[in-house]
Design a binder for this molecule. Structure first.
Ligand code: PMP
Length: 408
């Protein structure tokens, strides 16, 4: 197909050849011409329960028929939003948490930064506005999410960013400690993805996340874990916080909460932050979206969480990840790729210098696998948690053959 009429987000294929995806089932999607592809990135890191789930479609239809939407401002709520927030709070690694709902991950990050600053201000520390993030990282496209994002190229051309956001280098705990030493009284929060995702797939070095926790405790700052990719099963737990054994104050989520069936995101707010608001943030914040708590999106999320639980898909993440990692490491052992990185069920291969990740992506497409190129040298894998063993092996074979054909 030629150029579509919508403005294509992020990079477009150099060939200007677009592929129209029209159907999907499990870890497979099909294009307009009937070609099947293994969806090795769960679309954009979100389709944890796989495509074509009738249970979710039915739950969405039933909610639409009952009540498509009603707002949650002022005195109003709805059963789907209430139940969803209750369930999410129940699986999050915080005590007595409450949940703020958005429609996307970027909005969740903006909301978390605002909640973090507002909680300090409400408790009397209005000078706390510094947010420490890292490079590389990806936190979204709204001005808050973009300011937190540690990819300078994404920020270029958009003018001034949110002030008071400081970036340190990946895994450099000393650098974070130095920022605290200089600005301790002014730091509102540290934000980090448990595993850096869209900025290249980098698991944390051991001790990094717990070190952030300690620094936050020492200086009275909040720890925000951005779990937009790692939340809802990717690392074999509901949240990456549980996998790495670190206690966050705030968690941002999106993607896996509905497996992408409808747009939804949010922030889990833990008891310490709620206490700073005297447990009454609702009317203090002056912050909420038209679609916060959208019942139909929440119905999709509830059906999605039921599938994750009933089919024990979260428990499956480590073993499928291990099979994928073993396959990718065999490519590394024979010198086909430069390195293999990841954790749980999110992995990447680093390509040898001079490689062209987009060319590798194209060569994989012709072998029936959709994976994501990141920069020039990385191919990422984040498959639906229902992917079969054969499909995992197909992904490994495809990238192994693709690096040969796309060799510079
Ligand atoms: N945070 C992280 C960790 C993400 O991976 C993403 C999206 N890739 C976002 C935030 C932004 O989410 P959205 O695209 O839904 O705005």
């Amino acid at each position: 197909m030629g150029r579509p009429s919508f403005l294509h987000p992020f990079a477009k294929p150099a060939s200007e050849e677009f592929i129209e995806i029209v159907a999907g089932e499990g870890a497979l999607v099909r294009d307009r011409n009937g070609h099947a592809y293994v969806d090795a990135l769960a679309s954009l890191w979100y389709c944890n329960v796989g495509h074509g789930r009738r249970e979710i479609a039915d739950a969405v239809a039933a909610q639409m028929h009952r009540l498509e939407a009603f707002h949650t401002f002022d005195k109003f709520t709805n059963p789907a939003a209430d139940q969803l927030c209750h369930e999410v709070a129940g699986v999050a690694p915080m005590n007595d948490a409450r949940v703020f709902l958005t429609s996307s991950g970027s909005e969740a990050v903006d909301s978390a930064i605002k909640i973090a600053r507002a909680a300090h201000a409400t408790a009397g520390s209005s000078q706390r506005s510094v947010v420490i993030s890292r490079e590389p990282s990806y936190h979204g496209v709204t001005f808050g999410g973009l300011a937190a994002t540690g990819l300078p190229a994404n920020q270029a051309r958009f003018g001034s960013m949110l002030p008071d956001v400081v970036h340190t280098q990946k895994d450099d705990l000393d650098a974070v400690a130095a920022v605290f030493a200089e600005h301790g009284e002014r730091v509102a929060a540290v934000i980090a993805e448990p595993v850096v995702g869209a900025a290249g797939v980098y698991p944390p070095r051991p001790g990094y996340l717990s070190g952030l926790r300690e620094l936050c405790d020492t200086y009275g700052a909040w720890l925000i874990l951005d779990e937009v990719i790692t939340g809802f099963g990717r690392l074999g737990h509901w949240f990456g916080a549980q996998y790495y054994g670190v206690r966050p104050d705030l968690i941002t989520f999106a993607k896996g909460i509905t497996s992408g069936y409808l747009p939804l995101g949010g922030v889990v707010v833990g008891d310490a932050v709620l206490a700073a608001f005297n447990h009454e943030p609702d009317f203090i914040l002056r912050h909420g979206h038209t679609y916060s708590g959208h019942p139909t999106a929440c119905a999709a999320a509830l059906a999605n969480l039921a599938i994750l639980r009933d089919e024990k898909l979260i428990e499956r993440a480590p073993s499928l990840g291990e099979r994928l990692a073993t396959g990718l490491r065999s490519l590394e052992a024979r010198g086909a790729v430069a390195d293999v990185r990841g954790d749980g069920a999110v992995w990447a291969v680093g390509l040898h210098q001079g490689a062209d990740a987009s060319a590798v992506r194209d060569a994989m497409l012709s072998r029936g696998v959709i994976a994501r190129p990141i920069g020039a040298d990385t191919i990422a894998f984040c498959p639906p948690l229902v992917i079969t063993d054969e499909q995992i092996d197909q992904c490994v074979d495809a990238v192994g053959q693709a690096v040969e054909t796309a060799r510079p």
